[in-house]
Design a protein around this ligand. Structure first.
Ligand SMILES: Cc1cc2nc3c(=O)[nH]c(=O)nc-3n(C[C@H](O)[C@H](O)[C@H](O)COP(=O)(O)OP(=O)(O)OC[C@H]3O[C@@H](n4cnc5c(N)ncnc54)[C@H](O)[C@@H]3O)c2cc1C
Length: 312
């Protein structure tokens, strides 16, 4: 069993930020990531070349941490976080999904498939993207390959429908519009959750005829039409697409929080104090997991500062 001051669970921006701030304050810290690479939200949900904004969804964009994150792309942002780990000599363990957290006297015991750790404090920074939201109507299993929850499988020239009204849906639509025939479908009459840049990009692309907007219309059924996606809309219309991408958010991995004994509210958001400490003394929450709708990279980085200032 390895003994350290702090275990950080999840190597996204919030977890990496928290580990770096802890190390700079002289703490012995290990960062555990379940996947075989860091920043899985970038890897799985950002399209290659995606613009990454420091000011995102109107969240605080003043970075109070020591990782020099600036506006850039998916690739430059990944490089920034890789470099921060290297420059600060952070002990990162990949393929280390945390399965359980147990209290042992004043300390905690954490078990991964590779090793067990004993630590004084834990920062949970597992994000919210583990489980993308799915629509409540049934999607035929035969369409699994062409009904997706990110844009990774898109083939050039496809006719695509993107469902959702948030920044992810807008960014997928605008990015894909240059090489595909794209429809953006949102059940409300207008976009209320987009940041200014994305709202402007969507409106411009729609005006220029690069994307088709289908607003105020919901999908009532999805059918398999010879391997293509037939969407039946609640206004009585229907249309066939090569591919559908649902970008309708993700839910808090409540099971994990509850396994740690962390109290969650009726929306599945953990309960915490001004230092981001949960009801379990010694367990803190950082980044998207501490929010209802997800936050931003800078918010995640700043959470690491708040927690480590308190622990110092
Ligand atoms: C399409 C899209 C575009 C976005 N664009 C921007 C943007 O331009 N600017 C911006 O600021 N924000 C943007 N965001 C939001 C930003 O990506 C998130 O706010 C940020 O990634 C949250 O960081 P995090 O560290 O809290 O969680 P995540 O980035 O989700 O990282 C969590 C990590 O924890 C790991 N993990 C999960 N469970 C376990 C476990 N049990 N054990 C070990 N590891 C685990 C995951 O594999 C993952 O690597 C965007 C989000 C999306 C989806």
């Amino acid at each position: 069993m390895k003994k350290v001051d702090l275990i950080v669970i999840g190597a996204g921006p919030a977890g990496i930020g928290a580990a770096v701030e802890a190390k700079l304050k002289g703490k012995e810290v290990v960062l555990l990531e379940k996947a075989d690479a860091i920043c899985q939200t970038f890897v799985k949900f950002y399209k290659d070349g995606k613009r990454v904004d420091k000011e995102y969804k109107g969240h605080d964009s003043t970075n109070r941490g020591h990782i020099p994150f600036e506006d850039g792309t998916k690739e430059s942002s990944l490089a920034t976080f890789e470099e921060a780990l290297k420059a600060n000599n952070i002990e990162l363990e990949l393929n280390s999904e945390v399965e359980s957290v147990k209290k042992s006297g004043e300390n905690f015991i954490i078990t991964t498939p590779k090793q067990s750790y004993e630590c004084k404090n834990i920062i949970v920074a597992i994000g919210r993207m583990g489980k993308p939201n799915k629509p409540d109507y049934k999607i035929p299993a035969t369409l699994n390959k062409v009904v997706n929850f990110n844009a990774n499988s898109v083939q050039e020239g496809e006719k695509i429908i993107i469902i959702g009204g948030g920044n992810s849906a807008a960014e997928y639509a605008v990015d894909l519009a240059s090489k595909h025939k794209v429809t953006l479908c949102y059940r409300r009459d207008k976009f209320t959750r987009l940041n200014d840049i994305n709202l402007n990009d969507v409106e411009t692309a729609a005006k220029e005829g690069k994307i088709t907007l289908k607003l105020g219309v919901d999908i009532s059924e999805v059918q398999d039409e010879n391997g293509k996606v037939k969407m039946l809309f609640n206004d009585g219309s229907s249309e066939v697409y090569d591919r559908a991408i649902y970008a309708i958010g993700g839910s808090t991995p409540v099971d994990f929080l509850q396994k740690c004994g962390i109290e969650v509210d009726d929306k599945g958001v953990p309960v915490f104090d001004a230092h981001k400490q949960s009801n379990v003394k010694g367990i803190f929450v950082a980044g998207d997991i501490a929010t209802k709708n997800g936050a931003s990279i800078v918010v995640g980085l700043n959470d690491g500062v708040i927690i480590n200032d308190y622990l110092a």
